[in-house]
Structure formats: structure tokens, C-alpha cells
Design a binder for this molecule. Sequence first.
Ligand code: FAD
Ligand code: NAI
Length: 474
Amino acid sequence: MSKQFDVLVIGGGPGGYIAAIRAAQLGFSVACCESNAYADAKGEPRLGGTCLNVGCIPSKALLHTSHVFGEAGHGFAAQGISVGTPTIDVATMLARKNAIVNQLTSGVKGLFKKNKVTLLNGHGAFVAQSESGWQIKVGEEVVKAKQVIVATGSKARHLPGVTVDGKLISDNVGALDFDVVPKKLAIIGAGVIGLELGSVWRRLGADVTLLEALPEFLSVADVDVAKEAAKVFAKQGLNIELGVNIGEVTASKKGVSIAYVDKAGKAQTLAADRLVVSVGRIPNTDGLNAEAVGLKLDERGRIDVDGHCRTSLPGVWAVGDVVSGPMLAHKAMDEAVMVAELMAGQAGHCNFDTIPWVIYTSPEIAWVGKTEQQLKADGVAYKVGKIPFAANGRALGMGEPTGFVKMLADAQSDRILGVHIIGASASELISEAVVAMEFSAASEDLARICHAHPTLSEVMHEAALACDKRSLHF
Ligand code: FAD
Ligand code: NAI
């Protein structure tokens, strides 16, 4: 007899494992199948998906090591510390990163045991609808589930004619595992991955060039943040060429050669030891048998869902990178909790207007809500409070004077509409803005809240004061 569950989750990334755990907490019998994309040495699937295996966590481990390396080389001397010229043992750096990945992925397995979630090893695909729900083929067996949550995530988009071999030409997977620091590293796409991984290898000594198709740098971010970031990254030695049109890419024993047409229309060739292709990600729907059961996809191949992650099929939900919205782990996890709670008859909810974005460069970039250019385009009257970290004692003490906090508030109601940070610990500071916006706070609310001194959070406080033109320290 085939196994029967209340809920089957397809995919064990942040969307899938959180959906499974929350559904189990709510009393459902739950299984999660994982197609083994990141199998361990024993062939067992690793949980955690892109995020834990080849995304958020390994990239942040390498960003930390390379940041410390950079500080030792360039930042210590100003504080009177001399350590000589630092060297990097890449194998040790990668081993540390891999140990963190192992710890966290096996930690999720432990959470499955604790919450009595059954882990099924195999690719999940729809077979048919049955009286009691759905039949899903997992590997060679067919299991039954009353409800199904699809959380199959995404994979790197590749360029036609550019073969990713994981050695000379890599996507995010290979770029987290270079065995040496490349002398010359080319990156196609100056988006989030290009900037984060470009920063890692630049800090370790690579000569890094990013080739970006769009004529504007970091157009998803607020215009002032993007301008500041372009200045800072150029100073750090990241060469960023905008408005390029990539032509033929050839790999040989000597390395990689990338032909492109530059912004001025001139044909150029870039020679590099290695190339990273980071031009966005595509949803994983292959092999799901979506079409056969009538699971509707949208125009970009993502599973079509409503605002509560319900698909076109009864009892089938979808969350995370495989549906619309930003491809972020915390967005996937929020959707996962919402779906499990809705299945249990609770008022599951996900506020898509207050999902924070973070780019873990140095300085970090973080934002929530609307950018200034969006407010202009929407015809919203707004006021701006903008305060530099250079006016903050703690930032100076930390040797981190770069950047600013920019708060945008409605001109009439004073409600906070967006907060944009470029500066040290922006990833942590943004949480205050998210909480404020969740509670529909006005800039005056933050201005009247006591912030500890001396902390970086005082820059947020001053930015709120500046919305009313009454900043005290700037
Ligand atoms: P995934 O994590 O992709 O997981 C999907 C899982 O489903 C995979 O394990 C896959 O093997 C499995 N699967 C697929 N098809 C099937 C099937 N048919 N049957 C069974 N299993 C299947 N986001 C952040 O918020 N912060 C960051 O700092 C950050 N850094 C990133 C850095 C990099 C280099 C990359 C590439 C991404 C980063 N992201 C970051 C994005 C983040 O990793 C994703 O948004 C997140 O992993 C999406 O979660 P998910 O569960 O939807 O999908
Ligand atoms: P991205 O969408 O951030 O950036 C891709 C860039 O490539 C864009 O600037 C785009 O204009 C450019 N591009 C596209 N086609 C091109 C071409 N043919 N030639 C040159 N440039 C081209 O995608 P990226 O960096 O691949 O990351 C994928 C996603 O992963 C991100 O959007 C984000 O959702 C997630 N991520 C999140 C992180 C975080 O939260 N800190 C870190 C890394 C990834």
C-alpha cells in the first residue's frame, strides 16, 4: 500500500523545510521529498536547498573570511596593528565554509526528526488527482497526500552558447568553490550575486571585471544608494562596465575570452582566468509533470499563485523561488508559514510590502519599501531624511564612516514609505525599519523612540528626525 500523508512538500529548501516543520507543528502528518541535488557523501539528500548549500550561507561565510582578510591587509594599520602581509589558504577557507554548510544542513534533518517530518529521498512529480487528494511519484514509489506544497526553488540562468563547466566557467555553485584565487575574474551580470561573489574574490586579490547589460548600475536599489555604491565599489577595485552586449565566449587552456560590445558601441574582448555567469535565476518546474495535471505556470515559467500561494489546482500550494516575487530565503520562509497556517484554518498572512532586501557587500546595502524613483513614478508626495554614518560616533570608532540612512515618509501622513541604507551592519539595522513599517509607523514614531548611544542605530533615529528637518547631530 502506498504511503499516505496529510501534506507532501516537494523540495527541501527554506520554503519547503519551513512549510514541512510548521505544518507538522500544526498537527498534520507531513513528508518532504528532496531530489538529492546536494547529496552528501553517502548519497543522502541534504536539506536547505540553494540557500544552505550553494547560496546565502556559503556566500556569507566567504564574504566574512574575505572581509577579515581585507581588514588585515588594509584596515588594521590605521589602528596601529601590524600583522605583516596576510596570506590566504583557500583550502582552509573552503573547508570552514563547507563545515558551516554541513552543520546547518544536518541541523535541518534534526529538526525534521524533532517535528516528526518524514524525509523522502527522490524527485517529486505529480501523477494524478485522487479522491483523497494527490498521487505524487517520489523516486520510484507513489505516495498519496491530501495537500501538496511545491517548493522546488530555482537554478542559475545560463546564457545560450556559454557552457558552464563549473571550472573555467561557473555559476553560483562553482564560484563558491574556486580552489585558487583567480588572477583575472570576469563576471557577467552586476546583480546581487555578481557583487557579492565579485567582492569575495576581489578582496582576496583577484582583478575583477563585471559586465552588465543594463545602462544603469543596481537599478533595483534607491537611486542615491546605487550612486554611492558605484563610487565605493570602484574605489575597492571592482571594474564595472555597464550597457554591454555579450558576444562570443570561448574557453581554452589559457582561460576564457569574452567578446562584447561596450556602451559606446565598440567591440571589446576581455581575457580572464575564470568567468562567473550571474544573470538571474529560473524556476525549477522541470520533471514536475505540471502540464499533465493542469498546474498553471505564468508567462515566466513560475507556478501561478494568488496572494496566498494557492495554485490553479485544489489542495496544491506553491512557495518560494518557484513563484513570483523576490527570490529571497526569508520571503520563501514567510510564504511557507502562511501556507501551513492557512491549511490549518488559521489566518496565515505574508506582507509582501515589507520584505527587506540585503546585499552583503562592504559596506552592506539594505532596504525595505519604496525607492525614491518609485515614489516619483507613482506621483506620491514624500519627504526625505538622509543622514551619513560619518556623523555617528560609533561608526567612526568602528572605522566605518561610509554611507547613509535615507528615510522616505509620506508628505501628508508622515507614514514611513521606504528606508534605504548603505553602511556597516545595514543587514541588521534594516529590521528596525521593517518593524516600524509593519506597524504603519510615522517617521515621528521612530524619532520619539530612545536609541542607545553610541550605536549605529542612532543614524536611523537621526534620519527619522531629519524627515521633520530636526536632526540633532547633523
Ligand atoms: P531552493 O532553496 O532552491 O530549494 C528548492 C529545493 O527543491 C532544492 O533543494 C532542490 O533540490 C529541490 N527540488 C527541486 N525540484 C524538486 C523536485 N521535483 N522534487 C524534489 N525536490 C526538488 N537569499 C536571501 O534571502 N539572502 C541571501 O543572502 C541570499 N544569498 C544567496 C546567494 C546565492 C549565491 C544564491 C544563488 C542565492 C541566494 N539567496 C539569498 C536566494 C535564496 O537562496 C533563495 O531565495 C532560497 O533558497 C529559495 O528557497 P526555496 O525553498 O524556494 O528554493
Ligand atoms: P540579479 O537579477 O540580481 O542580477 C542579474 C544581473 O545580470 C542584472 O543586473 C541583469 O541586468 C544582468 N544581466 C542579465 N542578462 C545579462 C546579459 N546577457 N549580459 C550581461 N548582464 C546581464 O541575479 P543574480 O545576481 O544572478 O542573483 C539571482 C537572485 O538570487 C537575486 O535576484 C536574488 O533574488 C538572489 N540572491 C540574493 C542575495 C541576497 O539576498 N543577498 C544574494 C545573491 C542572490
